[in-house]
Design a protein around this ligand. Structure first.
Ligand SMILES: Cc1cc2nc3c(=O)[nH]c(=O)nc-3n(C[C@H](O)[C@H](O)[C@H](O)COP(=O)(O)OP(=O)(O)OC[C@H]3O[C@@H](n4cnc5c(N)ncnc54)[C@H](O)[C@@H]3O)c2cc1C
Length: 405
């Protein structure tokens, strides 16, 4: 007989967002269940997945408060790379819009950290919290197969047939959330028809901790600066190439030397010779915004609440905002002895998170479309936009503020 459990909160998805929410709520008197389809070993030590996550200063602060930052530093002292400046380039034009850290009060705009290290640190922090407070139960290696959200509780069945209930069910199971779908919430999806190839490379020339977003003809390139390799001193960066999918596939199959030469040439040799330093990973680009973020005894966080195009580097930053917004409301309601899933509370959470995310979600969609369009008017328009942007200090300050969070 499989044991049925009742929780205050059941989180579907132990990715970065789900883990951070569990960590943020542990020790506050609520019982928390955390479900993931992956086995525990894969969650404890996730493999490198190519993603280098640009974190705002605000997100960095949240990760410090949750104890992730210190863990990442302990795993690898070179893992947290400062992002000093950002350069936006268009085609072969020498004009660039430069967003420098001098526009802010900090010595860097933000930080870059590998996604798998964020996941590993978050899992470690959750396990430590579970040991300290005894309030988190991990249900790993299985997905939720059915969901019923009723007036008194949300009830779920897992793949092993076990049934559990919670006062609040939270979906944190990716932008294509099966849990959100099972609750009956649809989403607007925008398929950009492009795929992103990401990998780490060494560079012959230093990057000076500047990120590049280069809207070149027929391709979009990005360079995310990493700390030098501590063992060899080599300059390192995460490199991102966006193309139609059929053009990405052959690049994934190239041998290392040919791939290095290909990327050096795609970057017009501006950073000297580039060499592959990791596995290569491909991500199809689909933006997702659900029609609702909450329902009866149900809420979405992380990518399940907003699935961003990575070009403005805000997916996980928004994920952390959702964690903060929901966790704050749940803690206050629980401390006051109120229902943690009241329609009023969930409505306030949804309004707050929509307001924080919808404008940039829509702006990112427009930017991604304008900057990949190849028609002559589109090229002229973006060249003009960059030149104007470069001269308008308040605009640059606004972009810098968005990058620092
Ligand atoms: C190439 C790339 C670059 C990016 N760069 C940045 C950046 O610079 N800055 C930034 O802020 N963001 C960036 N992002 C976005 C960031 O990676 C995501 O926002 C973040 O990983 C989302 O975390 P999450 O926990 O919401 O979802 P996910 O990471 O998708 O995790 C979901 C979890 O749910 C589990 N799961 C899925 N389905 C089920 C199910 N049915 N049942 C149970 N469990 C399930 C999965 O196993 C997984 O563990 C980037 C994304 C990509 C693809």
């Amino acid at each position: 007989m499989l044991r049925a459990m009742a929780f205050d909160l059941l989180i579907s998805g132990a990715g970065p967002a789900g883990l951070c929410l569990a960590r943020a709520l542990s020790g506050n008197g609520m019982t928390i269940g955390l479900v993931d389809q992956l086995p525990q070993a894969a969650l404890a030590d996730p493999p490198f997945d190519g993603r280098e996550i640009a974190l705002t200063q605000r997100s960095a602060q949240t990760l410090r408060e949750l104890g992730l930052w210190q863990r990442i530093e302990a795993f690898d002292a070179a893992a947290l790379s400062p992002l000093r400046d950002a350069r936006v380039l268009n085609g072969g034009s020498p004009a660039a819009m430069v967003i420098g850290h001098g526009l802010t009060a900090s010595s860097e705009l933000g930080w870059l950290v590998s996604n798998h290290l964020i996941r590993r640190a978050a899992f470690d922090a959750v396990q430590a919290a579970a040991t300290e407070h005894g309030d988190i139960t991990l249900l790993t290696g299985q997905a939720i197969t059915s969901v019923r959200c009723e007036d008194d509780a949300a009830r779920v069945t897992l793949a092993d047939g076990s049934r559990h209930e919670a006062r609040l069910l939270v979906a944190a199971d990716s932008r294509f959330s099966a849990t959100r779908r099972a609750v009956g919430i649809g989403a607007s999806q925008h398929d950009f028809g492009r795929t992103m190839l990401v990998c780490q490379m060494t560079l012959a020339q230093p990057h000076e901790h500047a990120a590049w977003e280069w809207f070149d003809h027929g391709q979009t390139l990005a360079l995310l600066p990493m700390n030098n390799d501590p063992a060899t001193g080599a300059h390192r960066a995460s490199v991102v190439l966006t193309l139609p999918h059929q053009q990405i596939e052959p690049l994934l199959a190239l041998d290392e030397a040919t791939f290095g030469a290909e990327m050096t040439q795609r970057f017009h040799g501006r950073l000297g010779a580039m060499r592959l330093a990791s596995t290569r990973h491909a991500y199809p680009l689909v933006g997702v915004y659900p029609h609702q973020m909450v329902a009866r005894r149900f809420a979405c966080i992380g990518d399940a609440a907003v699935g961003m195009h990575p070009v403005t580097a805000h997916g996980f930053n928004f994920g952390l905002l959702s964690v903060q917004a929901l966790a704050g409301k749940l803690r206050a309601a629980h401390a006051a002895g109120a229902d943690i899933a009241s329609p009023a509370l969930l409505g306030r959470y949804e309004r707050q998170h929509r307001l924080a995310t919808r404008p940039l979600y829509e702006a990112t969609r427009v930017i991604a479309q304008l900057y990949t369009a190849e028609s002559p008017p589109a090229r002229l328009l973006r060249e003009a936009a960059l030149r104007v942007g470069e001269r308008v200090q308040p605009f640059k300050r606004m972009v810098a503020a968005s990058l620092t969070g």
